[in-house]
Structure formats: structure tokens, C-alpha cells
Write a protein that binds this ligand. Structure first.
Ligand SMILES: Nc1ncnc2c1ncn2[C@@H]1O[C@H](COP(=O)(O)OP(=O)(O)OP(=O)(O)O)[C@@H](O)[C@H]1O
Length: 600
């Protein structure tokens, strides 16, 4: 919540210095927006004057001939004001929208280049807020903030000058209540500012909560957590509602105060000015002009007071966006992976996510070109971490990873990842067609796509989905089974013809036909390239792998063929027997169910 509660100052020089260059590409339009402000103020300040003149020179003396030119002039002024306001507003909003689009583009581009570890601790709802509502707020900084605040100040100044010129004492009377009004507004704005900040933080928390629950809706439903979830949602929503209602109360009070002071001022002008008109010390036209000026004076004053919160929240949003833009990026550049057959080496590798909590310790492993090594071990023993290091998502604390003899630390990460086909434990598929998922750049030929689909054993699936271009994949690929997602992910990993294939528990939650299908596909692809296969089902390791490596608490403790490891009284043999027993128990249960069903 801390980030979203960021205070934001009214005028933050440091932030403005970074913001102004964003306007540079649109400086002509922005300057035009500023240049039109005095003209708009002039047209606004001129209208009551003309009204007064029309009353004094035509309506009161009954001179009808003097009315048309004044009325025409007034009409012209009103039309001119409308045209200028349209042009100015449109120009300023255009700049605001363009700046927002630029910021969104840059932020999204940088987001894609942030190191994966940054996302480990970022609720996705918050990241979405940065790129949507925060950037929207920044757009307001220029449009509804700085520019219109300048316009309001100019209008106020101009009205004041005209009023002083027309009638000093009445002007002083009009302004007698202004200091009181400003004091009242300042007093009201203080709690409003705090409420605004709280409201933003609570909105962000609600957003993050909903985003998380939407992602984990299956778990909520499986564990029957709907009521608890609803209660947690309510616990977040109630304070939000309380704050929102408090905000509404203060805002209403704010506008009511302005209205009250405005009406009091009008009453004072009518009382004193009216007396002067009766005593013939002031013309009736001038009194009407004054009343109109007083009315017009309170509008920009109110707007100006409400701009304070726009400026503050926009500054806070800008600060959060700049904080995102300042996040250190994943380094780019480096050497190209050397050409070769995919010889892979892990040398004395040590790594920890958190200091003092080692995950990998002095891990050594060599994979010959074309060899298939299965990595097995207890949960949390560091198997997936090894894949993450190989993909360059994290840098080892000690040791090296070598691909065809070259240290991957020095390699360009994009080029490195192109050489490593990776199928994650829970592959992520994007909404759209199979082709969009496999080949987003549309660079692969139809033959090549058919080839990888055949290799991954996904042809029948793609036919069933309506072909390569049918929009058959829903958000995250959730409308497909785990096995289907893995087959498509396998085809996607094979498409760039990687030297090395890393399969992270690709079969951990499959069974029956799905498992057999994936086993066949994996055996087929593993035969053709160096493969590091992280497995839970030792049966897969036994069937497919040339060598099995056992990891325990981040250390390599055993390695060899299935037969060799089974002959040892070690972890692998224990794990194997355990899995055999589990499988037998499962088969017995299934057989029991079938017999029961038959009896019924
Ligand atoms: N992003 C992360 N940040 C901090 N710690 C992490 C992170 N990812 C994993 N860990 C920790 O590192 C250890 C090893 O995790 P890893 O995912 O490599 O295990 P694994 O052997 O693949 O386990 P499993 O078989 O359950 O998938 C675990 O204790 C885990 O809590």
C-alpha cells in the first residue's frame, strides 16, 4: 500500500524537470494552449463590460439604435470565447493524450525488460494500475492541472484588474469575503487531501485483491473459500466505502462553501451597489456588470482550489511511474552463444534467492551433446532454480554455466534463450490462435510449423481446435487441459530449433492417456537434442533419460542410469520404491472402483 499512499507535493521541481521533456515533441501545440489562455481570459472579462454598456447606453436611456452594435459585439465575444475554448481544450487534451500514450509505451517496453525477479514480489493488479490509472492521472497533470490552473489565475487577474478600474470601493467589497473563503477552502482541502490519498490506496488494494482472486478462482472454489473470500473483499470494501462517503461529504461542503460565499458577496454588492444606484452615484449597468464579474470570479476560484488535489495526485502518480521507469533493467547485449551441438556444463554452481538461504550448493553437472538427463529430487531441492539460472533469469552467486564452452553470464540473454527451449511446469498460453502462440512473429513456414507439431505430437489437438488460425485458445489457455497446454508449449519450445531443451516437470500432474502421449512426445524430442528434464514421475526418468541425477538440498547426491541407481541403497531407490507403492495403491483403488461399479 505504501506506494499508492505516496503523498505527492503540489509542485515538485524534480518531477516537473522530468515531466517537461515529455512535452517536447508536442511543444508547439502545448505553447499554443498556453498562448490562447490570455485571449480566453480577455473575452471572458469583456462580456460583463459590454452588458453594462448595453444597459447604460441603450436599455436605460431607451436608445434602441445603440443596442444592435453592442449586442453584436457581445455575440461575437461569446462565439470567439467558445471557439478559443474549444481550440485550447482540444489542443491541450491532445497533448495530454499523446504524452499518456508515450508514457504507456515506454513503461510497457521497460516492463518487458525488467528482470524476472522483479515480478516475484509484484502483485499484478498493482502493475496494471501503474500503466492505466496512474498514467491517466499524469495526463491530467498537464491538461486539467498546470494549463487550466494558469488559465484560472489569468482570468482571476483580468477580472480583478477590470473591476478595480471600474469601481474601486465595490471591488474591495467584492473581495472582502475572499480571504475568509480561501481560509475555509484551505481548511477543507486538508482532510480532503488525506481522504484522496487513502481512497487511492484502498482502490489499489481492492484492485490487487480482485486480480489475485480472479487468478486463483479455481483454488477458491476447490477449497470452498467463497465465503471467506467475500468476507475479505468486504473487509477491504467497507473502509473504501467509508472513505468515499467521507470524501463526498467534504466535497459537498467544499462546493457549498463556495456557493455560500458567492451568494453573500452578491447580496453585499446588491445591497451597497443598489444603494449607490438609487443615490445615482453608480450606473445601473455598472452594477449589473459588477454582479456578473463577481459571479465569474468565484468560478475560477473554485476550479483553482479543486486543481490542488489534481496536481497532488498527478504528482504522486508521476512519482510512481518514474519509480517504475527507474527500476534497473535486465542487462542487454553480450556475446552470441557459440555454435555447437548443445554441450552443457554446470560448474561449482551456488545460488540463493535470499542471503543465508542457499538453494544450490557447489552443483556440478556436464551434459554431452544430445544427452538426456533427468533431474529428480525432493520438492524444494532446487531443480526449477537450476532451469531459471540456465535461462539467465537469475545470476549464480558462484560458479558458471557453460553452453558449448561459453559462459552464459557473458551472453546476450535473448540470444541465449533462443538456444534453450523451455517448457514450464504450468505453461502459459496467450489468448488467440495456436499460430499466434507458437509463432507470434509469423516468421515460420507452414512446413516448419507442421514439423514441430508432429514432433510434439500435437497435430491431432490442433486439428481438433480448428486449425492453426482458429481463435481457440482462451485466456492463459485455461480452456485446454494441462496435457494439451504442455504439448503446445513443447511445440513452441521446439520451433526456434534450440540446442538445449529444458522441461520443467512437464508431466507432474498428468495421468493415463495424457501421460502416455507426453511420454512419447518427450522421448521423441529428447532423442534429437540435449535435454534437461526435471521430473517427479521417476517412471518417465527411467523410460526416457540417458542419465538420472538426484538433487538433495541443492547438492548433487547421486547420478547414473536407472538400473545403476536402483542398485544403490540411496535416495533414488527409496523414492522409486515409494512411487511404486503409491502407484500400486492407486491401481488397487481404481480396480476396486471398477469392480464396485460392475456389481452395481
Ligand atoms: N522466486 C523465488 N524467490 C525466493 N525463493 C524461491 C523462489 N523460487 C524458489 N524459491 C525457493 O527456492 C527453493 C528451491 O525451489 P525450486 O523451485 O528450485 O525447487 P524444486 O526442486 O523445483 O521444487 P518442486 O519439485 O517442488 O518444484 C525452495 O525452497 C523455494 O522456496
Amino acid at each position: 500500500m505504501a506506494d499508492d499512499e505516496m503523498r505527492g507535493r503540489l509542485l515538485d521541481g524534480r518531477l516537473l524537470a522530468r515531466f517537461v521533456p515529455l512535452l517536447r515533441p508536442y511543444r508547439r501545440l502545448a505553447l499554443l494552449g498556453f498562448a490562447l489562455l490570455p485571449l480566453i481570459s480577455l473575452t471572458r472579462a469583456g462580456q460583463p463590460l459590454l452588458l453594462g454598456l448595453a444597459i447604460d447606453r441603450s436599455i436605460v436611456p431607451g436608445d434602441l439604435a445603440a443596442l444592435p452594435p453592442l449586442a453584436l459585439l457581445l455575440l461575437l465575444l461569446v462565439v470567439l470565447e467558445g471557439a478559443l475554448v474549444f481550440g485550447q481544450n482540444y489542443g491541450v487534451q491532445l497533448v495530454g493524450q499523446r504524452v499518456m500514450a508515450d508514457l504507456r509505451r515506454v513503461s510497457f517496453a521497460r516492463l518487458q525488460r525488467l528482470p524476472p525477479r522483479w515480478f516475484d514480489w509484484q502483485p499484478s493488479g498493482r502493475v496494471v494500475t501503474r500503466l492505466t490509472s496512474d498514467i491517466e492521472q499524469v495526463g491530467e497533470l498537464f491538461g486539467s492541472g498546470i494549463v487550466s490552473a494558469c488559465g484560472d489565475l489569468m482570468t482571476l487577474g483580468m477580472i480583478l484588474a477590470v473591476m478595480l478600474r471600474l469601481h474601486g470601493p465595490l471591488t474591495l467589497l467584492t473581495f472582502a469575503l475572499v480571504p475568509l473563503l480561501v481560509l475555509a477552502l484551505l481548511l477543507i482541502r486538508r482532510p480532503m487531501r488525506q481522504l484522496m490519498r487513502r481512497l487511492r490506496a484502498q482502490t489499489a488494494s481492492l484492485g490487487a485483491f480482485v486480480a489475485e482472486r480472479v487468478n486463483g478462482m479455481a483454488e477458491v472454489q476447490i477449497f470452498g473459500q467463497q465465503q471467506r473470500s467475500a468476507a475479505e473483499f468486504e473487509a477491504l470494501q467497507q473502509p473504501y466505502l467509508t472513505t468515499a462517503l467521507a470524501w463526498v461529504r467534504w466535497e459537498t461542503l467544499f462546493y457549498a462553501s463556495v456557493h455560500l460565499f458567492g451568494s453573500l458577496t452578491l447580496a453585499a454588492i446588491v445591497y451597497f451597489g443598489g444603494g449607490q444606484v438609487v443615490q445615482e452615484q453608480l450606473s445601473f449597468g455598472l452594477l449589473v456588470a459588477f454582479i456578473e464579474y463577481a459571479r465569474r470570479f468565484f468560478q475560477p476560484l473554485t476550479e483553482l482550489a479543486s486543481k490542488f488535489s489534481v496536481l497532488q495526485t498527478s504528482n504522486a502518480a508521476l512519482e510512481r511511474i518514474f519509480a517504475l521507469l527507474d527500476e534497473p533493467l535486465e542487462p542487454v547485449g553480450g556475446t552470441m552463444p557459440p555454435a555447437g551441438a548443445g554441450v552443457l556444463g554446470f560448474e561449482a554452481l551456488s545460488f540463493s534467492y535470499q542471503p543465508q538461504t542457499p538453494v544450490l550448493r557447489q552443483f556440478d553437472l556436464q551434459l554431452a551433446a544430445g544427452e538426456c538427463v533427468a533431474l529428480v529430487g525432493d520438492t524444494g531441492s532446487g531443480k526449477s532454480t537450476l532451469a531459471q539460472l540456465l535461462l539467465g533469469f537469475y545470476a549464480p552467486d558462484e560458479g558458471r554455466i557453460l553452453l558449448n564452452g561459453g559462459d552464459i553470464a557473458a551472453m546476450d540473454k535473448t540470444a541465449l534463450r533462443r538456444q534453450i527451449g523451455y517448457v514450464a511446469q504450468e505453461p502459459f498460453l496467450f489468448c488467440g490462435s495456436v499460430r499466434q502462440n507458437l509463432d507470434p512473429a509469423g516468421a515460420a513456414s507452414a512446413e516448419r510449423l507442421a514439423q514441430v507439431l508432429a514432433e510434439a505430437g500435437a497435430e491431432a489437438l490442433v486439428t481438433r481446435l480448428g486449425g492453426l488460425d482458429a481463435p481457440a485458445i482462451g485466456p492463459r489457455g485455461r480452456n485446454l487441459s494441462s496435457g494439451e497446454r504442455q504439448l503446445l508449449a513443447l511445440a513452441r519450445a521446439l520451433l526456434p530449433q534450440p540446442q538445449v531443451l529444458v522441461l520443467d516437470e512437464a508431466t507432474s500432474h498428468l495421468d493415463g492417456d495424457s501421460e502416455a502421449l507426453i511420454y512419447r512426445a518427450l522421448a521423441r524430442v529428447a532423442r534429437r537434442r540435449t535435454t534437461l528434464m526435471i521430473v517427479h514421475h521417476l517412471r518417465l526418468a527411467a523410460q526416457v533419460a540417458d542419465r538420472i541425477v538426484v538433487l538433495h538440498q541443492g547438492r548433487l547426491v547421486e547420478q547414473g542410469s536407472h538400473a545403476e541407481l536402483l542398485a544403490l541403497p540411496g535416495r533414488y531407490a527409496r523414492l522409486w520404491h515409494l512411487q511404486q507403492l503409491q502407484q500400486q495403491a492407486q491401481e488397487t483403488r481404481s480396480a476396486g472402483r471398477v469392480t464396485g461399479e460392475e456389481t452395481l
